[in-house]
Ligand binder design. Structure first.
Ligand code: HPA
Length: 276
């Protein structure tokens, strides 16, 4: 993919621009169980990933595979309803590919969301957590390989990967909507197996508050090409070994379903407050 990466990005982006005309400036990636938010957009236009030249196709249960263009909080936005996961067998560049297409479209701000397991014992399932920073625990990175100077620098700075300005907006919006908001560090693993209790104890010592199988590849790509990013995790379950109960995907989906009201309220008011 690397050799032709720029031309594939350009092809996908040109296709979308032709279909959409001018593109929005804000993109949102909707995580497991959180995809329904896109249904609340106004003037929706849906483009299935499989229609877009060069776009991978999503396979995970509970994820749709489409872009939804529309309006939310008075602003034009594009949603990714369904993302690509490394554990599905995509390589890191495929996982990050939509970000590069967003960059081509002129997207300036990105809201990433995900379902995550809570490591911090003060969290409860159903909490929303602002991602202050992340730990990439995969030894992989979508930027490995020849650097595409047209996109960004060889050695991108990651010292403020999650925009302080956008974090402050999320805090204000949570407060004004009466939504309890946790804050913490998100640790990224490949999955697809959930972690062992010993791993979770180790990750707590490393400074992780939540753990999940997504988000970091997209955030790496977004920082590389200068898209301002903010991330929100839905703590769908406590991580392995914290409660005396096995983990399963059903619980993840059920908790996401339960908090989708607060989640939508928060995201809508954040979009409304964002300056673009
Ligand atoms: N671990 C990893 N990924 C997750 C979890 C978890 O406990 N919950 C939701 N996504």
């Amino acid at each position: 993919m690397q050799k032709n990466l720029l031309s594939v990005i350009n092809e996908a982006g040109s296709f979308l621009l032709e279909r959409e005309g001018a593109a929005p400036r804000i993109a949102l990636i909707l995580g497991s169980g959180l995809g329904e938010l896109a249904e609340e957009a106004e003037d929706k236009r849906v483009i299935e990933y499989k229609e877009i030249p060069g776009f991978p196709v999503s396979t995970v249960q509970g994820h749709k595979g489409r872009l939804v263009f529309g309006k939310m909080g008075g602003k034009r936005v594009v949603f990714m309803q369904g993302r690509f996961h490394y554990y599905e067998g995509y390589n890191m560049k495929e996982v990050a590919f939509p970000i590069w297409v967003f960059n081509f479209l002129g997207i300036k701000k990105l809201i990433v969301t995900n379902a995550a397991g809570g490591i911090n014992t003060s969290f409860k399932p159903g909490d929303l957590m602002i991602i202050k920073d992340h730990i990439n625990y995969t030894n992989n990175n979508p930027l490995i390989g020849p650097n595409l100077e047209a996109l960004g620098p060889r050695f991108p700075d990651m010292s403020a990967a999650y925009s302080n300005e956008l974090i402050e907006i999320v805090r204000e919006c949570a407060y004004s909507n009466g939504i309890r908001l946790q804050e913490g560090n998100y640790l990224f693993l490949t999955g697809p197996s959930y972690e062992t209790p010993a791993e979770i104890r180790a990750f707590r010592i490393l400074g992780a508050d939540a753990v999940g199988m997504s988000t970091v590849p997209e955030v790496l790509a977004a920082n590389h090409c200068g898209i301002e990013t903010v991330g929100i995790s839905c703590i769908t379950n406590m991580a392995a070994g914290i409660l005396d109960a096995p983990l399963n995907h059903k619980e993840v989906m059920e908790t996401a379903e339960r908090v989708k009201g607060d989640f939508s309220k928060l995201i809508k008011s954040v979009v409304e407050k964002m300056e673009v």
